[in-house]
Design a binder for this molecule. Structure first.
Ligand SMILES: Nc1ncnc2c1ncn2[C@@H]1O[C@H](COP(=O)(O)OP(=O)(O)OP(=O)(O)O)[C@@H](O)[C@H]1O
Ligand SMILES: [Mg+2]
Length: 389
């Protein structure tokens, strides 16, 4: 099973420039999580901090019990072997063919014989649909193939955690979906914990189990995909819809004067751009038929049902609606919307027998930063949005 990553109060700055502060979240083992956020909010810095390429100022990042913020160089070297990282451009060595690129981590970090290396490299090339391309140089293949080669290389050390930075950059929408499918298939096959950093709304809405967003130097929220996808938080809605109308500006943050001026412009009919309306929770992509069941998804179901009552109402309903009738029965829940639509008119009861109904665990709590308000606002159960501090 993939490693659990527990991040607590992590902060990073460069000199006087704070990038993000007090980031707290848990990547559940073997689940696929994605992190959204406007350009420049520090998503790449976040990934680099997770593998110890950058050193956070404060906080902890625990991987299999080792805090990579404070551990020794030697421990960090060992922990890094648990990671497979797919950089934005594939980061392949231009002078090496795909075979040698993919073999590189094995030759560098293990004492495997060349026969063993060959077996593993060919297996990963096949897994990523690159058989027959092993002799090609990175400059001789398409962007999509380079991405897949980067993924093949990220997979050779049997990683427990896979980090992916902007997988869609340079890819057309169809190839982006193919690489998304590949992530889910790989996740099903090796049960690694995934964190994907992306701007791609299609991917964010249909691929991950969990979604988070960085904005204004804070983690706006992180939790089951249904929470972010049904959120009424203006910054989340604006990001998902890609409109100019909202708190995100060309430089990261709008001030209140700019917000008001733009509001007036959009109210007067100026097109705010973006798609008409992206809302709701579309079905999640599944592994290709024939690929094993995603164990991360199976565990997630139980995990999410345990925290169901701490989630905002809309998210609860979406989660319940994603369950089969048998599962709804097993968990003792029923969809309100289906009930009120006339399907069996039993009273709505979303309680889960024998499960805790208390407070959200800390890693499930969303942080909603508010302009002009000191400190954090913490989302409490049954309080899906603004509210008091
Ligand atoms: N090594 C560094 N030294 C100083 N500042 C840095 C360094 N790396 C990143 N930054 C700054 O940190 C901020 C966040 O950068 P980062 O690359 O993480 O953004 P991002 O969210 O990944 O953006 P994008 O979506 O455009 O990729 C930027 O202001 C950047 O200039
Ligand atoms: Mg980046």
């Amino acid at each position: 099973m993939g490693a659990e990553v527990v991040i607590e109060g992590l902060s990073k700055s460069f000199g006087k420039q704070a990038i993000w502060r007090d980031v707290t979240l848990t990547l559940p083992p073997g689940e696929v999580s994605a992190m959204l956020g406007p350009s420049g909010t520090g998503k790449s810095v976040f990934l680099k901090s997770m593998i110890g390429l950058l050193k956070p100022d404060r906080g902890r990042c625990m991987i299999n019990g080792v805090d990579i913020v404070t551990c020794s160089e030697h421990q960090l070297y060992e922990v890094r072997k648990l990671f497979g990282v797919l950089f934005q451009d594939g980061a392949l060595f231009g002078s090496m063919n795909l075979y040698d690129n993919v073999a590189f981590p094995l030759r560098e970090h293990t004492k495997k014989s060349e026969t063993e290396v060959r077996r593993i490299v060919l297996e990963k090339l096949e897994m990523t649909g690159l058989n027959g391309a092993d002799k090609k140089l990175p400059g001789e293949i398409s962007g999509g193939m380079r991405k897949r080669a980067g993924l093949a290389r990220a997979l050779v050390l049997d990683p427990q955690i896979i980090l992916v930075d902007e997988p869609d950059s340079g890819l057309d929408p169809v190839r982006t979906t193919y690489i998304s499918q590949l992530f889910l298939d790989v996740n099903a096959q090796i049960d690694a914990t995934f964190l994907i950093v992306t701007h791609n709304i299609n991917l964010a809405r249909t691929v991950p189990d969990n979604l988070g967003m960085l904005f204004r130097k804070e983690l706006v929220m992180f939790g089951p995909r249904e929470v972010l996808l049904t959120s009424e938080e203006p910054v989340v809605k604006q990001f998902l819809n890609g409109k100019m109308d909202g708190p995100i500006g060309m430089s990261e943050e709008k001030d209140s004067a700019q917000l008001a001026a733009e509001r007036a412009m959009f109210e007067a009919g100026h097109h705010a751009g973006g798609v008409e309306d992206v809302s709701g929770v579309p079905p999640q992509m599944q592994p290709t038929p024939g690929v094993p069941t995603r164990m991360g998804a199976v565990r997630r179901k139980d995990r999410v049902m345990q925290i169901l009552h701490g989630l905002p109402h809309e998210a609860q309903q979406s989660i319940i609606e994603s369950l089969s009738p048998e599962e709804q029965q097993r968990y003792g829940v029923r969809s309100e919307r289906l009930a009120t639509a006339g399907h069996r008119s039993a009273p709505t009861d979303t309680s889960i027998p024998n499960h805790h109904q208390g407070q959200l665990p800390d890693d499930q709590v969303a942080h909603i930063p508010h302009p002009g308000r000191p400190g954090n606002h913490r989302l409490r159960p049954h309080d899906p949005g603004s509210g008091g501090a």
